[in-house]
Write a protein that binds this ligand. Structure first.
Ligand code: SF4
Ligand code: SF4
Length: 380
């Protein structure tokens, strides 16, 4: 006998009801509603729509309802202004799953499921083949989970992390066994069951290759790390080994850095939402940049960082809105010729590059500094 899943789970329905009775305390905080100037996609608007469909025991039935569920980047900025610390994206992801099950999700979201069934990720290439160049024995620092986007599009960032950790005396080996994507797009698209299955497979593979509870996995992309720490737990999957972000791991081993002169000038650090709010990590990246730059780091945002729009599947489902968010954020970044804007997230960097804003990879900066290299080369 099969059990029919409720269209909108009780936890998401309860979270959405909190918003219905709220005087929109987080109204100003949502970068999506600011970019669209639409009341419908304020956290209150999206959650009220979810509450109404949950109360009626139905999925969204018109395209506008389903689209509103996808108008969230998962940035968690609303949560920082919410007395209840309401997890709006988690509730909206549950609503997206209801939309997928009911067959009313946007085509761009549905195509995520097809891509994962065909290739195991959203990337166009075979990740397994791409990863073979890093195959080798486990090293004493632990295992590096590179993430599908770095494997497919920016392999040099993987090499930079390997170089930096080697210089710090804690070499890493790259995790090259399937699956090589953490599965976050499945969660964001609304394929809840497929995401839970992917989480289980990734956890099993990492435990096997990192050495179980005594092992360590270092995660290059903050969005992957947030997925493993927060979202795997939400579907009942425990990694059962030590998980570090790349920035935490590098900062922990900074005392072992070789004696290097810092780069002249300062860095401007852009906090990624997944790191600053999702994982409450704001200090480690700043420690690294303070060590690498004589003038230290200018980093005004911290946990109140504005979202660039790279998350929540928005570049795929609502590309114009996502680009508008990136342009809005870019206007807040310094424009001086000597300003080097740095981020720890490849997803943020690539999304900002799409609107013409150059942002440098933090791991590449640290790697270059540890190697005694020239700061100017990174601008080339
Ligand atoms: S997330 Fe919190 S502050 Fe925002 S509308 Fe809902 S209950 Fe109110
Ligand atoms: S998580 Fe971010 S994008 Fe989503 S509703 Fe909250 S503030 Fe808006």
């Amino acid at each position: 006998m099969s059990t029919r899943l409720p269209l909108v789970p009780q936890t998401a329905a309860a979270a959405s009801r909190l918003c219905v009775y709220c005087p929109k305390m987080c109204r100003f905080s949502c970068p999506v509603s600011e970019a669209t100037r639409s009341e419908t996609v304020t956290p209150w608007g999206k959650m009220t729509m979810l509450a109404l469909t949950a109360a009626a025991g139905r999925a969204p039935t018109v395209p506008e309802e389903a689209e509103a569920l996808y108008a969230c980047s998962g940035c968690l900025r609303c949560q920082t202004y919410c007395t209840h610390e309401n997890d709006v994206p988690a509730a909206l992801y549950a609503g997206r799953a209801a939309a997928v099950r009911a067959g009313v999700a946007p085509a761009a979201a549905v195509s995520v499921g097809a891509a994962f069934r065909a290739r195991g990720s959203l990337e166009a290439i075979d990740l397994q083949s791409a990863a073979t160049r890093w195959t080798g024995p486990r090293k004493r620092g632990g295992v590096l989970f590179a993430g599908c986007e770095a494997l497919a599009r920016e392999p040099h960032t993987i090499d930079a992390m390997l170089s930096a950790t080697k210089a710090l005396g804690v070499p890493l080996s790259v995790h090259t066994a399937a699956p090589l994507c953490c599965g976050r797009p499945l969660l964001e698209a609304g394929f809840a069951e497929a995401f839970a299955a992917r989480a289980e497979r990734v956890a099993t593979s990492l435990r096997t290759h990192a050495g179980g509870r005594a092992g360590r996995v270092v995660v290059l992309e903050p969005r992957c790390a947030e997925t493993m720490v927060r979202h795997y737990a939400s579907v009942g999957v425990e990694l059962a080994l030590t998980v570090n972000t790349a920035t935490t791991f590098l900062a922990q081993h900074l005392p072992a850095a070789p004696d290097r002169s810092p780069f002249p000038g300062h860095a401007v650090y852009h906090d990624a939402c997944a790191l600053a709010r999702g994982l409450a990590e704001t200090e480690a990246p700043r420690e690294l940049l303070k060590a690498a730059f004589a003038g230290g780091v200018h980093a005004p945002e911290g946990s109140d960082v504005l979202c660039c729009g790279a998350g929540g599947l928005m570049p795929r489902t609502l590309p114009l809105v996502a680009a508008g968010m990136a342009r809005r954020l870019a206007q807040t970044l310094p424009a001086g010729a000597d300003d080097m804007v740095v981020s720890a997230s490849g997803a943020c960097r690539r999304h900002l590059a799409d609107v013409g804003t150059s942002v440098v990879d933090l791991v590449a900066v640290v790697s270059r500094w540890l190697a005694g290299g020239n700061k100017g080369v990174m601008h080339g």
